[in-house]
Ligand binder design. Structure first.
Ligand SMILES: *Cc1c(COP(=O)(O)O)cnc(C)c1O
Length: 458
């Protein structure tokens, strides 16, 4: 317990004031935003848990690195620092920087996906799914059944269901372009994948001649869980665990906005020189020359330094411990959450929170709006709105889990901010029976959660 709830392994050198708003102000703002919290101005948010992506605080060492940016079009020293760091830490020979994670997806999929093919994932992240569908390919989610049970305490709920993986490979044969493991499994609640499962998944993919990649956004948090929970790996050095994870894969897509501790950036890392050559062509077209990939030299430097900082026992124990502490406060108060909590976020289990609403009443979106109204806390719906519609039938996908995600930015909020979050959630929980639901006012055809607007149901 005391180990898990470590105090911060840093002290605060710069502060950014945040403003409290009144409930009346928030009611007006959220109405103007069409009940879509993506449209609320961030100055009107007290604790912003919309995402942990690009919202972290950089270290003094990273900020110092910004001054060492080499803004050459080609061959900048910061690129070489990034390349060296990726080689040393992750073991991939070839690195293509991209403006963020989805840029890496775009470049990789351009090189390896053809119309009509399949991508097998434990659970696709939303941009990954959209990129697969955009290429008229089929994304299949193959996580274990426990991933969909919010009260299962399975230690690795992000694991692939290996039987379903085998079955999908047998059924779709040479139409499978890629097996992709998302670590940690964001859509499934930030749940880790075990090393054993990664190794087996990799071996199965290899047996079918299909390349195996990692969506590595939260690789360090995943390694921490392996260190904490996996027999045979418990207590081993994080760097060794990270390397063992990467050794399973032919490459990875990475959003630097997560575990590279930067506000913008990403990369594609590859082993195979031929895939690298193909990917470079698309990188030039979509992202920029392959030694800058849509980033400034200074951004590459900050990302290299962030990667060096993230694989650290004290940092990860604090990071995962802070998430776990918030989860503990909510559980003590009887608030239903996804258990066990994942690495970067606490997920409210909306079906149990608002059992009186059905999915067409968009209960996750409704709960996210109520948290903002109550305490200026911004979370995000991971449920019916996010899931979108089946492009073939036009029907809503009804996700098996309806969640509100409270994602914790890295090194930004103190535990007292999170006490406020817990209090806000508990107050809404006390009056949950009065929450009425929302309906779509405007619904865009793809990635609807970003731009949709809603109206309250009477
Ligand atoms: C954030 C994220 C991405 C996309 O990265 P961006 O930097 O937001 O483009 C892909 N996969 C997962 C699992 C993510 O969390």
């Amino acid at each position: 317990m005391s180990e898990a709830f470590h105090a911060e392994p840093f002290r605060i050198k710069v502060v950014e004031p945040v403003r409290r708003t009144t409930r009346e102000e928030r009611a007006r703002l959220v109405q103007e935003a069409g009940y879509n919290l993506f449209h609320v101005p961030s100055e009107a948010v007290y604790v912003d848990l919309l995402t942990d992506s690009g919202t972290g605080a950089m270290s003094d060492r990273q900020w110092a690195g910004l001054m060492l940016g080499d803004e050459a079009y080609a061959g900048s020293r910061n690129f070489r620092h990034l390349e060296d760091t990726v080689r040393r830490l992750l073991g991939f020979e070839h690195v293509i920087p991209t403006h963020q994670g989805r840029g890496a997806e775009h470049v990789l999929f351009s090189a390896v996906l053809r119309e009509g093919q399949y991508v097998l994932n434990n659970m696709h992240f939303d941009t990954t799914r959209a990129h697969v569908q955009y290429r008229k390919c089929v994304p299949l989610d193959l996580a274990i059944a426990e991933a969909y049970n919010p009260t299962s305490s399975h230690p690795f709920k992000g694991n692939f269901d290996l039987d379903r993986l085998e079955a999908a490979l047998a059924a779709h044969g040479d139409k499978v372009a890629l097996v992709l493991a998302t670590v940690t499994c964001n859509t499934g609640g930030g749940q880790p994948v075990s090393l054993d499962n990664l190794e087996r998944t990799s071996a199965i993919a290899a047996r079918h001649g299909v390349p195996f990649f990692l969506d590595a956004c939260r690789f360090a948090e995943n390694a921490f869980f392996i260190q904490e929970r996996e027999p045979g790996w418990a207590g081993r050095p994080l760097g060794e665990i990270v390397r063992a994870m990467m050794d399973c894969a032919a490459g990875c897509t990475m959003s630097g906005k997560k575990d590279a501790l930067v506000n913008i950036g990403g990369f594609l890392a590859l082993r195979d020189p031929e895939v690298y050559r193909q990917a470079m062509v698309w990188a030039v077209l979509f992202e920029g020359f392959p030694t800058y990939g849509g980033l400034a030299g200074r951004d590459l430097e900050a990302m290299a330094r962030g990667l060096e900082e993230v694989v650290d026992d004290d940092y990860l124990r604090y990071r995962v411990g802070q998430v776990r502490r918030l989860a503990g406060l909510l559980l003590e108060a009887g608030v239903p959450i996804m258990e066990p909590p994942g690495g970067h976020a606490v997920y409210l289990d909306v079906r149990r929170f608002l059992p009186h609403l059905d999915q067409d009443q968009l209960p996750g979106q409704s709960l996210a709006v109520e948290l903002y109204l109550e305490g200026g806390v911004r979370g995000v719906e991971i449920g019916t709105v996010l899931a979108g519609r089946d492009p073939a039938t036009g029907e809503n996908y009804y996700p098996r889990l309806e969640l509100v995600r409270l994602a914790i930015p890295r090194r930004v909020y103190t535990d007292r901010h999170l006490d406020w979050v817990a209090q806000t959630v508990c107050r809404v929980h006390e009056r949950r029976g009065d929450i009425k639901g929302l309906a779509f006012d405007y619904e865009p055809p793809v990635l609807r959660h970003f731009t949709a607007t809603f109206r309250p149901l009477a």
